[in-house]
Design a protein around this ligand. Structure first.
Ligand code: ADP
Ligand code: ZN
Length: 608
């Protein structure tokens, strides 16, 4: 605060000083000049004493010889005098001219303008450096858009799918609705909630819906808006956002792309980015400084939770994190339903078919389909949107600039389904393997599909047979692809790297190779095992290295064979799992058990 005042004093004195300087300077110039009456001026002309005349609008200047014969400058105010020129000619005025520059302000501005501008620029820099964003201009104010509830009628109904997220956010809604009641009950509410998920999965929409459901104002801003060129602007914008929030509590603050400010402080080229760090610090300070009692809740969204500074995720800050998944087929259909309300659909349009043919699409893509289709229909002067429009729209979006990699083709989907079914079936039929919790062929992050196994209890020791089974499960995806399609893909890359790691550790760290015995051949447990081997243990003979390689290969071969054996004998079940996966894109452990036992599982409800 004090700093702010000082700056203002400096500004004030500088301005005063420069004005005084300008006045003194100009009056000094004027002091050389004699002020003449117009009549005197004419007299001097007639007496032949004027040697120079310069006429400009509002003033006449020149040189004359006074009665003592001294050459002096003069100035006078011009009058409407058509004879002036004739008089001057007649009376031997040597030089006379006219100009359209007026008086002394022009030259002064010309001389001083750049200096004044420089001064203003310097002041502006000063204030942005010290982060004083309040008074001068409105530079540094948040661009937070105030969207009050009256014109923002978005509720949870407008957000299809994401049921789990909605359930979690319901608590925030209740709190914002009647914060007094909540506090009396002693309920603890998180200060900040972090929504994370792929772009276009509806994070912003959900945030708006929370505000809409609770009927409170919604202030949104984006992390990238905070990080500006000038140091201090971001911090002052953060301050401003929170100030606004406090003034209109209860309300919801939303920061999109929080990773733009919240990136891990040590990450990034060059280590530090002053502006971002300052902004992040301000954000942390504001979060620590406000109390949920005030009725303000901060929601933030990111698609990169992994790069966030851990300080942001500490208790009392974004201590609640909600994942917004990519929509599965049912969700996609629901999203399409929401967005098809705005357009007139032909009777032949089947949203289920569209949902089925758009694996990998997120909410924004689906909304886009409906938009594009409506545009296409309008272009053809159709009254309703038909299936052909929608198919064309899908194609446009797939081949569009951003979404190229999103859509998974039918063929790919089938390969992914077999790959995951392979993992699942091997996990199921190996005694030391953890139970399968979930199989999914909905892409998540870099993975095209995934099979999750969860241990029945916490484990601190892992046996050799458990590790071997783990390897069999890891290799099962590739093995199934090979068996079914007689062709292998890059999809198993991650499995293979994990398997290599485990097998290498078994031989070089865990002493699980019979041929080599319980000896350690590696320096540490870093991933780049081979390098460490060569660099740190050159005292081992090349023969030993060869045996290590051989043992690792052996382990992989044995487990791969085991995998192949299980999959071959259970191939009919694998086909069944794949059928179900293609239909519903994900299966729970229980559903998997039913399929294996030949029981039927609850069919999908097709008429949503
Ligand atoms: P994000 O913030 O995750 O990038 P947005 O919330 O900006 O995504 O979503 C962009 C648009 O996509 C929304 O305005 C909405 O039209 C559509 N959309 C995304 N997800 C959904 C959903 N679950 N239900 C309905 N529409 C959605
Ligand atoms: Zn795999």
């Amino acid at each position: 605060m004090k700093e702010k005042k000082n700056l203002w004093y400096i500004f004030f004195w500088l301005t005063l000083f420069s004005i005084i300087f300008m006045l003194v300077n100009s009056s000094r110039q004027r002091s050389h000049e004699v002020d003449l009456e117009y009549s005197q001026f004419k007299q001097y002309i007639r007496s032949g004493n004027v040697s120079k005349v310069l006429v400009s609008s509002g003033i006449i200047k020149g040189q004359f010889q006074d009665s003592d014969g001294v050459l002096k400058k003069f100035r006078t105010v011009p009058m409407n005098d058509p004879n002036l020129i004739k008089d001057m000619e007649d009376n031997k005025v040597l030089e006379f001219s006219a100009t359209d520059k007026n008086g002394w302000i022009g030259p002064i501005l010309l001389n001083w303008g750049p200096i004044i501008l420089l001064m203003l620029f310097w002041l502006w820099l000063m204030r942005s450096v010290t982060g004083n964003g309040k008074h001068m201009m409105s530079f540094g104010k948040t661009k937070a858009k105030i969207a009050s509830n009256t014109n923002l009628k978005i509720t949870f109904k407008d957000v299809a799918g994401c049921e789990e997220a909605k359930e979690e956010l319901q608590e925030i809604v209740e709190f914002l609705k009647n914060s007094d009641k909540f506090q009396k009950l002693g309920g603890r509410i998180p200060k900040g909630v972090l929504l994370f998920g792929a772009p276009g999965t509806g994070k912003t929409l959900l945030a708006k819906a929370v505000a809409g459901e609770a009927g409170v104002p919604f202030f949104s801003s984006s992390g990238s808006e905070f990080v500006e060129m000038f140091v201090g602007v971001g911090a002052s914008r953060v301050r401003d956002l929170f100030d606004r929030g406090r003034k209109s509590a209860p309300c919801l603050l939303f920061v999109d792309e929080i990773d733009a400010v919240g990136r891990h402080r040590l990450s990034g080229i060059g280590g530090g980015h002053d502006e971002r760090e300052q902004t992040l610090n301000q954000l942390l300070v504001e979060m620590d400084g406000f109390d949920t009692k005030e009725g303000v809740i901060l929601l933030a969204a990111t698609n990169r939770p992994d790069v966030l500074d851990p300080a942001l995720l500490r208790p009392g800050r974004f201590d609640r994190q909600i994942m917004i998944p990519n929509p599965d087929m049912q969700d996609r259909k629901a999203i399409l339903t929401v967005h098809s309300k705005k357009v007139k659909l032909d009777g032949n349009v089947d949203l289920h078919v569209i949902a089925k043919s758009t694996p990998g699409f997120v909410g924004a893509d689906l909304a886009n389909i409906m938009n594009e289709a409506a545009l296409l229909a309008a272009r053809n002067n159709q009254k309703v949107v038909n299936m052909k429009n929608i198919e064309e729209a899908i194609e446009r979006i797939i081949t569009g600039p951003q979404r190229k990699s999103r859509l998974i083709s039918k063929k790919e989907k089938k390969i992914i389904a077999y790959h995951e079914a392979g993992h699942a079936i091997v996990a199921k039929f190996l005694s030391s393997s953890d139970p399968v919790h979930k199989i999914s062929i909905i892409p998540r992050g870099p993975a095209l599909g995934y099979t999750i196994q969860l241990p029945e209890q916490d484990k601190y020791l892992t046996s050799k047979s458990e590790l071997l089974d783990k390897l069999s499960v890891l290799l099962a995806g590739r093995v199934t692809e090979e068996l079914v399609f007689s062709e292998i893909t890059t999809g198993a890359q991650n499995d293979i790297s994990k398997a290599t790691d485990i097998a290498t550790k078994m031989v070089t760290e865990f002493g699980m190779s019979e041929q080599l015995g319980p000896l350690r051949f590696s320096n540490n447990s870093a991933n780049s095992m081979q390098k460490d081997l060569v660099e740190s243990d050159l005292n081992h003979s090349w023969k030993t290295f060869e045996i290590i390689d051989e043992e690792i290969k052996n382990i992989i071969n044995i487990t791969k064979n085991k995998s192949t054996e299980i999959i071959t004998t259970k191939m009919n079940i694998v086909h069944k799992i794949v059928d179900h996966l293609l239909e519903r894109e994900k299966l729970t452990g229980k559903e998997l058990d039913k399929i294996i036992n030949g029981e039927s599982i609850i069919p999908l409800c097709h008429s949503l």
